[in-house]
Design a binder for this molecule. Structure first.
Ligand code: CMC
Length: 393
């Protein structure tokens, strides 16, 4: 027993040693395996970054091509798995389907229930990273009552996803380079963020030696909540509300400051970043660039900029060091790509998956892995006698 320190939300508890991702919240620094996030702004693709996170270094060309080939070879879902979609109501939340289907992979790939080295990790990762995208697209198609579109092995990761989302039979969705680059960057910027709620969940579940699929399915559930990945949906709802004239930006900020009905300025604030979130900066710029390249405008981007301007000058936000986070601008990009709002957090999950795998594996490889088992400080009754039913009032 001994002395237990109370740390609600684990704000001050280091739960593990990790060499995957570095964050300096005061300086707004984020690095994957030592590489500053800004260096991923132009060029690298999501699959390279996934490899970097999982295997600890950038892939050689041969490794990259081999991994990309594995992804393509494993993009289809088992026909048996596809039947599961039919059982879900049309209006089922896609995050629920995503989590259930990732867990279901445990049934279809029993050979991955225990991973014993680089090769088995590589194949399990390729399957998971490839299939999460197919599952996501099929969840959307099911919600729309549309036929499922098979993956196309000629396409790269992002265009293949958009193809499965938006192609019609005999009418293939043409993925513009501008569109590909925007979604590629968005996935990269979501790929890992050290011990956030969902990654800690993956580690916690994995600490009991639960398999990779089960652990990642749990990560999806943790990500779903509005204080974590679900915030990107809430941001869009907030911006829409303002756009429809139901509330002004000034009034919204006032309500958030007054904590009226638990209102928060969604997409603002972070447990670790206390200066700025470099991902928000990059995504804000990327949203502007994407809209300009598509020759479009979006009133929601103007509203977001206005909210940011008001909040960053307000003592409430300044004193609490609250800045836009990754979810503040991501929805503007996803909207421009035609992704429906209820799929936003699913896209976050696709992006975060390599991070979850990397952390699950890092923990799995650690000799010092201990089952996660926090303590508590009990505040309930002292010893109390059982009262038979007849004697209760
Ligand atoms: N709007 C208004 N007030 C806020 C906000 C906000 N978005 N965020 C924090 N505060 C206030 C909070 O009420 C508290 O005030 P007080 O000192 O008067 O009690 C103070 O700032 C500290 O907040 P906290 O809730 O103790 O901070 P936390 O580190 O526990 O929470 C957070 C971090 C991200 C959950 C929180 O800032 C938040 O709810 N933000 C809105 C939801 C959001 O955007 N989530 C996405 C997070 S980033 C991506 C991800 O991880 O998914």
């Amino acid at each position: 027993t001994g002395y237990i320190t109370l740390d609600p939300g684990y704000g001050n508890t280091g739960s593990c040693l990790s060499n995957i991702t570095y964050i300096d919240g005061d300086q707004g620094i984020l690095r994957y395996r030592g590489i500053p996030i800004e260096q991923f702004g132009n060029g690298p693709n999501f699959i390279e970054v996934a490899w970097l996170l999982i295997f600890g270094r950038l892939p050689t060309e041969e490794e990259y091509r081999g991994f990309a080939a594995d992804l393509n070879a494993n993009a289809n879902l088992d026909e048996g798995m596809k039947l599961h979609f039919e059982g879900f109501p049309r209006a089922a939340p896609p995050m629920a389907i995503l989590s259930a289907m990732i867990n279901a992979l445990s049934c279809f790939y029993p050979e991955h229930l225990e991973l014993d080295g680089h090769d088995s990790l590589r194949l399990a990762s390729a399957r998971l990273i490839s299939k999460i995208r197919t599952i996501a697209a099929y969840a959307y198609r099911h919600s729309q009552g549309l036929p499922y579109i098979y993956p196309d092995a000629k396409l790269r990761y992002v265009p293949n996803f958009l193809h499965m989302m938006f192609s019609q039979p005999y009418d293939q969705f043409q993925c513009d380079e501008v569109v590909r680059n925007a979604l590629n960057l968005l996935l990269i910027l979501h790929a890992d963020h050290e011990q956030n709620c969902s990654t800690s969940t993956v580690r916690m579940v994995g600490s009991s030696q639960a398999n990779l699929f089960a652990s990642c399915a749990a990560g999806v559930c943790a990500l779903w909540g509005p204080l974590h990945g679900g915030a990107n949906v809430e941001v869009l709802c907030m911006l829409e509300q303002i756009h429809q004239g139901n509330v002004t930006p000034e009034e919204y900020v006032r309500r958030a400051k007054a904590k009226e009905g638990n209102t928060r300025l969604m997409g603002f604030g972070h447990r670790v970043y206390k200066n700025f979130d470099p991902r928000a900066k990059m995504l804000g710029e990327a949203a502007e660039k994407l809209l300009a390249n598509l020759g479009r405008t979006d009133p929601l981007l103007d509203i977001a900029r206005k909210l940011e301007e008001i909040a960053l000058q307000d003592p409430y936000f300044i004193e609490r060091k609250l800045y836009p986070n990754v979810d503040f601008y991501s929805g503007i990009i996803l909207r421009a790509l035609g992704i429906p709002t209820n799929m936003f957090t699913v896209i976050f999950a696709i992006g975060r998956l390599p991070g979850w795998i990397a952390h699950w594996w890092e923990q799995n490889q650690t000799m010092a892995n201990k089952i996660a088992r926090p303590r508590q400080i009990y505040t309930g009754n002292g010893q109390t006698d059982y009262t038979p039913m007849a004697g209760r009032s």
